[in-house]
Ligand binder design. Structure first.
Ligand code: NAP
Ligand code: GDD
Length: 326
């Protein structure tokens, strides 16, 4: 039986990946950072909280990572843990650098110093492209991050490449474009929108305040994207891959899809609030997933329309229960 250690197991991707690996018969370990109330609701939502083994630890604490690697003896380590919200990275740049940047090095060092042969997956991001001049971004596009989050991820990305080249480590970076689901954190724009659509439809919210609704993103479904992570670590050689749908949509049009699913016109409810604009914006992201298709046999299966409808339906169900107190 193979074993895997997932940092960020309580996050959106961590939960979906844990489920996928359990289905593949892995022994799944997850790093659990100390919180006054542990946030295991996503594992509960997927019904796998009893099946994963949680090890106390934090990406900012090297010794806890070393201990986790020694305990789990993982064949594969997936580093998904991060301060992952771009907006917060301007408010907490040092924490973001320590967790999202230096944390990657802590995990790589834990693997190296424990003499572990673990394969390593790093959660890189399309935010690395930032102010790119390439209209379509691929593995060869130059990086130009636009936020403290993007800069921290750049450090993690190059550290991973460097450990692969320095120590012959089986280390891969997945350069994933935005991916969403009913388990997406509430602060990210798709979930903020689908939650608001549910609340407005059920009469408990009047308007939705958003920032830059002309920004464009290449949005896919998280459930599809975790399969690509696993596939990268099953190849003969380690490499880096762009994972995307190859289509881009404005926040405005994503709102249109969400509101029209419940028979509403988004223009009646959206208020553009300049206070929600970012200090530096990534205006357009559009990925070229050809390499992933060719080498991994991976492609996105879920359309944005289906994804947003799935999220609106899940939020309607949850908010209805909240309202009725059940
Ligand atoms: P997420 O839902 O925000 O999950 C982040 C996870 O990291 C949570 O489990 C969180 O635990 C954990 N974490 C935060 N600080 C930590 C620390 N100091 N030590 C240990 N764990 C810590 O993010 P996601 O959407 O699943 O994304 C997974 C990874 O992919 C992240 O690295 C993200 O930056 C990257 N990524 C995401 C996307 C996307 O569109 N979703 C695209 C490209 C790359 P708590 O919940 O307890 O804080
Ligand atoms: N969150 C948020 N809230 N975003 C808004 C809002 C709002 O009210 N209004 C407009 N936006 C715009 C943002 O300015 C951005 O251009 C876009 O919507 C998407 O924002 P997010 O959903 O917060 O995601 P992100 O693209 O900044 O970052 C996500 O994707 C990255 C990959 O490209 C995160 O998951 C990152 O962790 C990930 O690396």
């Amino acid at each position: 039986m193979k074993s895997a250690l997932i940092t960020g197991i309580t996050g959106q991707d961590g939960a979906y990946l844990a489920k996928l690996l359990l289905q593949k018969n892995y022994e799944v370990y997850g790093l659990l950072p100390r919180r006054s109330t542990p946030s295991i609701w996503r594992l509960q939502f997927l019904g796998i909280q009893e099946e994963v083994r949680l090890i106390a630890g934090d990406l900012t604490d090297f010794s806890s990572l070393s201990r986790a690697v020694a305990l789990a003896k993982p064949d594969e380590v997936y580093n998904l843990g991060a301060q992952s919200y771009v907006g917060t990275s301007w408010q907490q740049p040092v924490l973001t650098a320590q967790t999202t940047g230096l944390g990657v090095l802590h995990v790589l060092e834990a693997i190296r110093l424990e003499n572990s042969n673990s394969k390593f997956y790093q959660a890189s991001t399309s935010e690395l492209f930032g102010l790119t001049e390439d209209p379509v971004q691929s593995e060869s596009t130059l990086f130009y991050p636009r936020s403290p989050y993007g800069v921290a991820k750049l450090f993690g990305h190059w550290m991973t490449v460097n450990y692969r080249e320095s120590y012959d480590m089986f280390a891969c970076c997945g350069i994933l474009f935005n991916h969403e689901s009913p388990l997406r954190g509430m602060e990210f724009v798709t979930r903020k929108v689908t939650d608001a659509v549910a609340r407005i439809k059920l009469g408990i919210q009047k308007e939705l305040r958003l920032g830059n609704i002309e920004a464009k993103r290449d949005w896919g479904f998280a459930g599809d994207y975790v399969e690509a992570m696993w596939l990268m670590l099953q190849q003969e050689k380690p490499d880096d891959y762009v994972i995307a749908t190859g289509r881009t949509t404005t926040v405005r049009d994503m709102c249109k899809i969400a509101f029209s699913h419940v028979g509403l016109d988004y223009e009646d409810f959206i208020v553009v609030d300049p206070n929600l604009y970012r200090p530096a914006e990534v205006e357009v992201l559009l990925g070229n997933p050809d390499k992933a298709k060719r080498k991994l046999g991976w492609q996105a299966r879920t359309s944005l329309q289906d994804l947003i409808q799935m999220m609106v339906e899940a939020d309607l169900e949850r908010v209805r229960k909240e309202v009725s107190g059940k």
